[in-house]
Design a protein. Structure first.
Length: 431
């Protein structure tokens, strides 16, 4: 079960940089088609799984394929759009993710509730196949690039070091659910630190010698890019942990069905989707202030959502839906605008790997945020200070939301620093 849940995320993260660089060197369109085809194959393999090992392999394939698709998607937006048009495209992208996140919990919840108990889980994978099958011929509409955006070879050493750093950073957090908050698995962070330092040193040396590199390190010297990717990582760590804990609280604490829990969470995802459609354009005139306002609103709503779980049962769900909806609207002011600001400083030859780095930071943040919040949640449950299960789950949720608030504060501070860096950068290069 641990591989099914965490293997997907690890495979996704590890494939991002490789897929992004391959797209830059070869063809983003070809890599996109390969990613969609592999996603289809992985879903079918999981749906037909005749043993736990086959299910694990299918999930690993799905994770790696998702990394390939996402890396190329970010590249297409970066290469095909400029200025306000790019902000609008990223807004549509974020809104699409929000709508999908609203629909999928309902669909999977309905399948698990209505389907046969012994095989309902297979249909969670089967429902992926039709949209993938439609996406493959639809790729013919994508523009074919006649030449690569990047020149040079493949930096195998740099990719290997980046992969080790990614694995060392993420593995301790995904293993927390198995080994608890304490244990030997935190030693992987030492590997991450060593590999990360070696990666930076190697990339700087390769750049000086004129050799191929994974990442142009001058990007990290740009305050908007550097702080922007941290904003994305910290914010993903916050909102994904909050939604996961909320689903757990609704189903285990309040004994709501998966469908009812999904309908409650939909308030956040729909609010985020609607707000994202407009926010991508706002950032072109208002800059980092849009992200800062969004994070401030999310922080306030985090406290309101946590407080709503202490309300009596008759007010519980309505008391959650309203702040979740508002929180979603403010969330829409964060994701697409932050992506727009980050990608403004990325040249075309680095579009694939830079987009992959943005996504990688988001997944790292999400993994860390979920692990920390869920550890607090389960430790609170284990303490058993409350007299009944509902009260105990409510307390666990509120305690977990403290870590969510911490991640939002980190993102907010970084957003303010990004705004100051943008104003101090005398001649920013915009792409």
């Amino acid at each position: 079960m641990q591989i099914v849940l965490s293997g997907y995320l690890l495979a996704f993260a590890l494939s991002l940089a490789v897929a992004g660089r391959l797209g830059d060197l070869w063809s983003h369109k070809a890599m996109f088609v390969i990613g969609i085809a592999a996603s289809t194959a992985g879903s079918v393999l999981c749906a037909l799984a005749w043993s736990p090992l086959v299910l694990d392999i299918g999930r690993l394939v799905m994770g790696a394929a998702a990394g390939v698709v996402i890396a190329q998607t970010m590249s297409f937006i970066q290469l095909l759009y400029r200025g306000r048009a790019r902000g609008h495209a990223l807004g549509i992208y974020a809104a699409g993710i929000g709508i999908t996140n609203a629909i999928l919990p309902l669909a999977t919840g309905a399948l698990m509730t209505l389907g046969p108990p012994e095989s309902a889980w297979r249909w969670i994978f089967w429902i992926n196949v039709p949209p993938y099958a439609l996406a493959i011929p639809a790729t013919a509409l994508l523009p074919a690039r006649r030449r690569p955006t990047a020149r040079g070879g493949f930096d195998l050493v740099g990719l290997a070091l980046l992969g080790l750093a990614t694995l060392g950073l993420m593995l301790p957090f995904v293993l927390t659910s198995t080994f608890g908050p304490g244990g030997w698995h935190w030693l992987w962070l030492a590997l991450a630190a060593a590999a990360g330092a070696a990666f930076v040193r190697w990339e700087l040396r390769a750049t000086a010698r004129g050799l191929p590199v994974v990442l142009n390190m001058t990007l990290l010297r740009s305050p908007p890019f550097r702080h922007g990717i941290f904003v994305g990582g910290a914010y993903f760590g916050a909102f994904q942990a909050a939604l996961l804990m909320l689903l757990l609280y609704l189903q285990q604490g309040l004994h709501r069905t998966p469908v009812a829990a999904g309908l409650t969470v939909m308030a956040f995802t729909l609010g985020s989707a609607l707000s994202s459609l407009r926010s991508g354009r706002l950032v072109h005139t208002h800059g980092t202030r849009v992200v800062t306002i969004g994070l401030t609103g999310v922080l306030v709503c985090t406290g309101l959502v946590a407080a709503a779980t202490a309300l009596p049962d008759r007010y519980g769900i309505p008391g959650l839906v309203i702040p979740l909806l508002v929180m979603g609207v403010f969330s829409g002011l964060v994701i697409a605008p932050n992506l727009t600001l980050v990608l403004r400083h990325v040249p075309a030859p680095q579009s694939g790997v830079a987009g992959a780095l943005v996504q990688l930071m988001q997944r790292m943040g999400a993994t860390a945020g979920v692990a920390i919040a869920m550890s607090i949640y389960h430790l609170t449950l284990a303490a058993g200070a409350a007299t009944d299960g509902r009260t105990q789950h409510s307390l666990a949720f509120r305690n977990g939301m403290i870590s969510v608030g911490f991640f939002v504060v980190c993102a907010l501070v970084s957003s303010v620093l990004a705004g100051r860096g943008s104003r101090r950068q005398e001649n920013p290069v915009l792409y």
